[in-house]
Write a protein that binds this ligand. Structure first.
Ligand code: TXA
Ligand code: MG
Length: 338
């Protein structure tokens, strides 16, 4: 018998390798650069959540983001840049965008702007729209990676479509245990994300600015610069593709504004008054009632409470002001009918 005949025939395809996990270092950024240049995917921390990044000019790589996440192809991606100068060849930047970028970039604000015809971007990032969402993240690891990559990086949150967004490297590894079919080759492990909820998405393609997704830059802050900002939803005709109602969803059902958790429910509490009885497992978003702390804890605590020993997650009310609007937006989607 020859060696070839001796080799057992594999009964199924071998498992794809888990992604490499590297803490930030010059060598890690060089690896990120070569993975991106080779059309692979790199997960990286931003101040909001971890992103699943690809070279935004590479069709195959951008298609792989959709495939790895199971993301519907009609949901466009955010293109990450270092600064406004890197965004200018991609989108038409008007005076409003210039003002906002000067005030809030780098930071958790995404601007949807008209796409330039000659933009060196895969058409897939726009998902058929004639606009592109651009954002300059402030996280030092994201910035060092963008600088090393030398190209705009398309990146949605690094979770399977519809799941809770990742705010720590371990969440990314849990979402893609086999690297999304081997497509995710590297996780840049930069610790926990300080903001914890995704960027504010503002549509500037029309005359009136429209808030597509509330985030850390609040509607009030935007209105101080722009005047009235409309809310996306019924009436505006804008379909914020991120407005698919069920999203950010743990496996367990989520019950909002709960003041009476059942003994078999997990309790996600908020504030100093979390004295109420019940709650099989309990975590408090912020015992002091601090909305920044609550946002930073939100997704990690939803994940931690999402355990088979409970029948659901009961969530105490969170005030709607400031970052509370973004927190409640994510909670409503986590609780939406699936
Ligand atoms: O904080 C964030 O924004 C994170 C980090 C990684 O930057 N990214 C993120 O990406 O949350 P994703 O794909 O999970 O959410 C992007 C949102 C979606 O709701 C998408 O529909 C919307 O932005 N979006 C992207 N491009 C758009 C466009 N051209 N027009 C309207 N909405 C757009
Ligand atoms: Mg997402």
């Amino acid at each position: 018998m020859t060696d070839a005949e001796n080799t057992p025939f594999p009964s199924q395809a071998p498992p794809t390798p888990a992604p490499q996990v590297l803490p930030p270092s010059p060598a890690a950024y060089a690896t990120a650069r070569s993975v991106l240049a080779d059309g692979g995917l790199v997960a990286f921390p931003t101040e909001t959540v971890y992103g699943l990044g690809a070279d935004a000019g590479n069709d195959r790589a951008v298609a792989d983001i959709f495939a790895a996440k199971g993301r519907p192809s009609f949901n466009p991606l955010i293109v990450h840049v270092l600064d406004l100068a890197q965004a200018e060849p991609l989108v038409q930047v008007d005076e409003r965008a210039r003002q906002l970028a000067a005030l809030f970039w780098p930071g958790p604000l995404t601007l949807v702007l008209p796409r330039r015809a000659a933009a060196p971007l895969s058409l897939l990032v726009s998902a058929g729209l004639d606009s592109v969402a651009v954002r300059a993240p402030s996280h030092p690891v994201a910035r060092a990676m963008l600088a090393a990559a030398g190209c705009p990086v398309a990146a949605p949150s690094a979770n399977v479509s519809g799941h809770v967004s990742p705010t720590a490297p371990v969440h990314v590894a849990e979402e893609f245990p086999e690297g999304g079919g081997g497509r995710l080759r590297l996780i840049l492990a930069g610790g926990r994300c300080p903001v914890g909820v995704e960027s504010t998405v503002l549509d500037l393609t029309g005359e009136r600015p429209v808030l597509l997704r509330p985030g850390a830059v609040t509607r009030e802050e935007l209105e101080q610069v722009l005047g009235p900002v409309d809310l996306a939803g019924a009436g505006t005709g804008i379909k914020g593709p991120g407005m698919l109602s069920s999203h950010y969803a743990p496996r367990l059902p989520v019950r909002l504004n709960a003041l009476d958790p059942r003994p078999d429910e997990a309790l996600l509490a908020f504030g100093p008054d979390a004295f109420i009885r019940g709650g099989h497992e309990r975590l408090n978003l912020s015992p002091n009632g601090d909305l920044h702390e609550a946002a930073a804890n939100l997704f990690a605590m939803l994940r931690a409470l999402d355990k088979p020993c409970c029948t659901g997650i009961a969530v105490m009310p969170v005030p709607e002001d400031g970052l509370g609007a973004a927190i409640n937006d994510r909670l409503r989607r986590a609780a939406a009918p699936r």
